[in-house]
Design a protein around this ligand. Structure first.
Ligand SMILES: [Zn+2]
Ligand SMILES: [Zn+2]
Ligand SMILES: [Zn+2]
Length: 304
C-alpha cells in the first residue's frame, strides 16, 4: 500500500504576500482570513516525516501559527527570497530539536545559499549560526531519510556541535552530500519546471504534487503527474507573466494534468476576494470543460 500524504498550506501568497504593505484595494483590506496570505510554503506529513517545502520570510510566523516544533527536512524549490529568506530561523529548531536542519536543494540553489548565508558555511562557524546538512538533489527521485539520531549540543564557546568521545564538543561544519535515492524514509519525485529561464523543482509525495513558481512545465514531465488526487499550481494574475503561469495557463494545465483537485497558490491581490474568486473559477471550469475541480488555496487549508 502506498502511503498517503497530508499537506498543509502555510502560505499561499505571491512574493509580497497579501495584503501588500500600504495597499488599500478591496482584497488587501478584506476581513476574510482566507485573503491573508503568507509567502508560499507547505508542510507535508508523509511516511511519518514532517517535510517543509520552502522557508520564505514568513517561516517563523508560519511555524508558530501551525504549531510546528519539529521538521525532518526542508525541500527548496528554487532560490528566490520569498522561498529561502527565513532559513536563518532554523536556529530555533536546531536548539529545540537538538538536530541539524536537513535541507534538500539543487546545486545552483546551494551556491546562492552560500552567498546569502555565508556564516552558515564559514569554517570555523560563528557560534550559534544555523546548522544545516545539505542534501543535493536533481531530477532523479530521492528519499528523505528519518532522523539519523545525531544529537546537537550547544555551548556558549563553541555554539552548536556534536559531543566527542572524551565529552568535548566538536563544532560542526556544514555537511554537503548527495541525497539518498533509496532506503528507509519518504520517497519524493522532483518535477522540473522553469520560472522564466530559472530551473525550479516541484515535488510529488504519493498522490499529491506541489508545483509553484513555474511559467513552463515541459511536456516530458507530465508522466510524473499522472493519477494525482491533488496538484497545486502557481498563478499571479490574469495577464501573461514572464515567470509565473497566468490564470488561463494554469487552468489549461489543470485540465491537462487532470488531478481530481487543483489548488491555486502564489496568489496576488489582482485576483478577487477569496469567495468571489472561488465562484469565478467554478464557472470558468464549467465553461471550458475542465475536469479537475480548481479552487484557490488558502493559508491553513489541509488536503490529503
Ligand atoms: Zn515565489
Ligand atoms: Zn491590494
Ligand atoms: Zn520565484
Amino acid at each position: 500500500m502506498t502511503e498517503k500524504a497530508r499537506l498543509t498550506f502555510l502560505g499561499t501568497g505571491t512574493s509580497q504576500g497579501v495584503p501588500i504593505i500600504g495597499c488599500r484595494c478591496e482584497v488587501c483590506t478584506s476581513d476574510d482570513l482566507r485573503d491573508k496570505r503568507f509567502r508560499a510554503s507547505v508542510l507535508v506529513e508523509y511516511c511519518g516525516l514532517n517535510i517543509l517545502v520552502d522557508a520564505g520570510p514568513d517561516f517563523r510566523s508560519q511555524m508558530l501559527r501551525a504549531g510546528v516544533s519539529h521538521l525532518d527536512a526542508i525541500l527548496l524549490t528554487h532560490n528566490h527570497r520569498d522561498h529561502t529568506g527565513g532559513l536563518d530561523d532554523t536556529r530555533s529548531l536546531n536548539y529545540i530539536d537538538s538536530r541539524a536542519t536537513e535541507i534538500f536543494c539543487e546545486e545552483s540553489v546551494l551556491h546562492d545559499l552560500e552567498t546569502a548565508y555565508p556564516y552558515a558555511f564559514a569554517e570555523p562557524k560563528y557560534p550559534g549560526a544555523p546548522v544545516w546538512n545539505i542534501h543535493l538533489i536533481g531530477q532523479d527521485p530521492f528519499t528523505v531519510p528519518p532522523d539519523n539520531g545525531k544529537k546537537l549540543v550547544w555551548t556558549h564557546d563553541v555554539g552548536y556541535g556534536y559531543e566527542g568521545a572524551d565529552g568535548s564538543v566538536i563544532p560542526c561544519g556544514t555537511l554537503i552530500e548527495k541525497a539518498p535515492t533509496s532506503g528507509e524514509g519518504a520517497p519524493v519525485i522532483p518535477i522540473r519546471g522553469y520560472h522564466d529561464k530559472m530551473p525550479v523543482l516541484g515535488f510529488r509525495f504519493g498522490d499529491i504534487a506541489y508545483i509553484t513558481d513555474m511559467s513552463l512545465l515541459p511536456d516530458g514531465e507530465m508522466v510524473k503527474l499522472q493519477g494525482l488526487e491533488h496538484v497545486t499550481l502557481n498563478t499571479v494574475g490574469y495577464r501573461k507573466h514572464h515567470s509565473h503561469f497566468s490564470l488561463d495557463e494554469a487552468l489549461e494545465l489543470a485540465g491537462k494534468i487532470g488531478a481530481r483537485h487543483t489548488w491555486l497558490t502564489h496568489l496576488s491581490h489582482t485576483f478577487p476576494r477569496h469567495s468571489k474568486f472561488t465562484e469565478d473559477l467554478s464557472k470558468l471550469c464549467a465553461e471550458r470543460g475542465i475536469r479537475s475541480e480548481v479552487r484557490p488555496a488558502w493559508d491553513g487549508l489541509i488536503i490529503e
